[in-house]
Design a protein. Sequence first.
Length: 348
Amino acid sequence: MGVEIVFSPFNELMASLHVLCNPVHHPYRRKWAMEVEGSLPIEMIEEIRLLGSLSYEWMYLMNIRNEYRLNESSTEEVIEFICSMPDDTFVFYMLGEQYSADMLLSWKKDTRMSPLNHHQKDLLTQPKQWKARIHQLLYDYNEKIFQPELFRIRPWIKRAVTTFQQKLDYSFPGALNKVHPDVTLKDQTIKVQKGETYRFPLSDYPHITLQPSTFITPHVMLGVYPGRLCLGLHVAVPETEEMKDEPPEDLVHMFKALGEATRLKILRDVLLHPYSTKQLAEKHDFSEATISSHIKTLQKAGLVKSERKGYYIFYSGNRDRMESLRSDLSQFISLPLLEQFIYESDFT
């Protein structure tokens, strides 16, 4: 069994952008996110969130760094690597490897039959333009925001690595069970609880890489590659915002949206197939105005997406958001325990 602790400046850069896309889910970094948002032009914040929407709020780009084992000495090395990738490979990773290379090639010739949204289709057909946008944004953000923050957090990263390495040397099972409340090692199997439960026998995954991060809390950061796993190691940094004992606003909005029978039926419909408001009105025997009101509530909760096709707007369910519901609720419930894990790991 091989376990190593490797800090990736690039992955920490991606994690910081992820926080800016959805600050309410990161109570340790909410204050930082508000300060950064106030210091940047609104156009730059909008670009961060738009480009992030193509790559699971920047998390998919971590897979490039981890899969190619880049072991960068600077964030710029990985930015240049990503932007120099073949176009089709770049698109494949940007979309999170959800679709095969053959499927993407087929849709590139004719995007009309693809399940991709407008921006994803444009990424597929105009990858060089999106590469240029990502290149420009990452360099600007890295210089203005991330490098000063990286300089500030490095001592705490180093301290956490030293402390956790001592725990690993003393007891591998005991240390691994201190990575995150939703990561457990039992009977030579690592169990990771996210939207669903994953089990990884150590016989199949003999190499584990722990990647320290001050931004990833409260999420479980998981990367699965042939013969190895990458897991996030949460690091507490002084002077960041303390935990707030309030559920994330978007989680509350989601449960409110789900708390009505007609909306649940509409959500089930659009998760199975795109519908227009006219089609939904006919199916449920309601006026289009009533259906539109329900759709707006579901959209506000992030459960429904829209796409214009000709004269009509079609609505489809956001499966990623639905799948994250369980993990978001679990993370909120686990926050007090997670706080204890973080501070015990770093400062005792």
